[in-house]
Structure formats: structure tokens, C-alpha cells
Design a protein around this ligand. Structure first.
Ligand SMILES: Nc1ncnc2c1ncn2[C@@H]1O[C@H](COP(=O)(O)OP(=O)(O)OP(=O)(O)O)[C@@H](O)[C@H]1O
Ligand SMILES: [Mg+2]
Length: 238
């Protein structure tokens, strides 16, 4: 059975620098799949390539049976892939509501944007309370919620989250992972990239380890958590 997102033999990079050297990844509908790895492993490059921001040089990306390899980023969104980028990338001087609205730029999403927005406000009551507040004045956790909400406004088949826990206080990190887990329970498919290996593996049904642009390990979250090699490399367990 093939997944809602299938990445096969993907190579990409920046100019002469090849960062991904043949990455395979399969994401089942309704699952949380995570890609974990150290700084510079190529995690953001992988999500950027799937999102159409970085051009692949080889391999294929298929979403829900449609080959989207090499197409422009705005078209990728129309095919159902939304990226919540590392560092949130909100418009700090626009309100929460305007930031959300910007996520619904393709036609199908725009025509039901008010209904989607209200669903997002139900999921994140703190955003609803702060709908007129400038995004730049939100707390880190609220900014991450707003960025996730903006991604959801595009009505994605797969929502890609790049380091959602980055820069958040430990207790907020825990809340963020709880929230991601709830999103998946509501039926959303999530591709999660994290340096926070233990937390990411705990909530993932499948996970892969990316090292220097190559997948070195794939398994269920619990399988990888129990792997001695992974424990010593990423969890500080000797
Ligand atoms: N725009 C760019 N131009 C040139 N090189 C880049 C660019 N973006 C990333 N790189 C390089 O590609 C490699 C992989 O970077 P990438 O951001 O994908 O790693 P990452 O796994 O997301 O790291 P982190 O955990 O720090 O976010 C690094 O060597 C980086 O310097
Ligand atoms: Mg990154």
C-alpha cells in the first residue's frame, strides 16, 4: 500500500552543494511520521524540497497519487502540502487573523476560509482570544500555534512541521507535542521534523533518522527509541 506522501530517491541541495543524497520516505494517511537528526543533517532541506522551495535534482515526490516533483511552491500547496517553517516566519506586524488568512491563498482554501478559521479558533482558543493582536507580540508557543493554524488554513492533506518545539520553554514544548498529537487524532496527516528526538519519537507511528542527507534508520517510534545506537547518538544514553 502506498502512502499519501511518497518520496523516492530524492536528491537536492543548493547550487553545487548536494544536501540530500537519495532520500526515501513514506507517510501513511492519518499518521504522524517524524524525521529526526542533528543540526545540518538536511531536515529542513527535505521539507523545503517537498514544499517546492528547494529544487530536487533527482528522485520523485508524489502526493495522493499526483507527481509534484519540481513544481512551484504555490502549486504544491494547491496539491495539499503545507509547510510550517522553522522559526515560524509569521508577519509580525499583521494580526493573528491576517496571518491565518494568508495561509488560505489557493482557491479551494479561500472559498471556505472563514469556516476553516473558526475550526482553528475552536482548536486553539488562545488564538481566538488574540485574533486582533499583532503576531509579533504573541508568546513563542502562541506564535507556533498561529504558524500551525496558518498551515491548516490551506486545507492540507499533509501538514509538515519544521521544529515546532524550537525555542519554547520545556513546559510549552510538552503542550506543543500534546497539541500535535491531538491534530493527528482529528485526522490530519503530519510530517514532523525535530531535533527533540525523544519527544518526537514518542508520538510518531513511524520515524526515520536523517544523517548527512541520508536515511540511516527507519522504524516505529518505540522501535527507534529502544535502539542502542540511536540512544547513544541522540538521547545521551551510554
Ligand atoms: N539556502 C541555503 N544555501 C546554501 N546552503 C544551505 C542553505 N540552507 C541550508 N544549507 C546547508 O544545507 C545543509 C543542511 O541544512 P538544513 O537546514 O537542511 O539542516 P537541518 O537538518 O534542518 O538543520 P537544523 O537542525 O540546524 O535545522 C547545511 O550544511 C546547510 O549549511
Ligand atoms: Mg532545520
Amino acid at each position: 500500500m502506498s502512502g499519501i506522501l511518497e518520496v523516492t530517491g530524492l536528491h537536492s541541495g543548493y547550487g553545487d552543494l548536494e544536501v540530500l543524497h537519495g532520500v526515501d520516505l513514506s507517510v501513511e494517511k492519518g499518521a504522524i511520521v517524524s524525521v529526526v537528526g542533528a543540526n545540518g543533517a538536511g531536515k529542513s532541506t527535505l521539507l523545503g524540497t517537498i514544499a517546492g522551495v528547494v529544487r530536487p535534482t533527482q528522485g520523485s515526490i508524489v502526493i495522493d497519487g499526483v507527481d509534484i516533483t519540481g513544481i512551484a511552491a504555490h502549486k504544491v500547496v494547491g496539491h495539499g502540502v503545507a509547510l510550517v517553517p522553522e522559526g515560524r516566519k509569521l508577519f509580525p506586524f499583521l494580526s493573528v487573523e491576517d496571518n491565518l488568512r494568508l495561509g488560505a491563498f489557493h482557491k479551494a482554501a479561500r472559498s471556505r476560509s472563514k469556516a476553516t478559521r473558526d475550526e482553528i479558533y475552536d482548536l486553539f482558543p488562545r488564538l481566538a482570544e488574540r485574533r486582533t493582536q499583532m503576531a509579533g507580540s504573541l508568546s513563542g508557543g502562541e506564535q507556533q500555534m498561529c504558524a500551525i493554524g496558518r498551515g491548516m488554513m490551506a486545507l492540507p492533506k499533509v501538514l509538515m512541521l519544521d521544529e515546532p518545539s524550537l525555542g519554547l520553554a520545556p513546559i510549552v514544548v510538552e503542550q506543543m507535542f500534546g497539541l500535535i498529537s491531538n491534530l493527528a487524532s482529528s485526522g490530519l496527516t503530519i510530517l514532523l521534523v525535530e531535533q527533540n528526538v525523544a519527544d518526537a519519537l514518542e508520538l510518531s507511528s513511524r520515524a526515520s533518522v536523517l544523517e548527512q542527507g541520508q536515511i540511516t534508520m527507519t522504524g516505529s517510534g518505540p522501535e527507534l527509541l529502544a535502539d542502542p545506537g540511536l540512544q547513544s547518538a541522540y538521547l545521551g544514553i551510554a
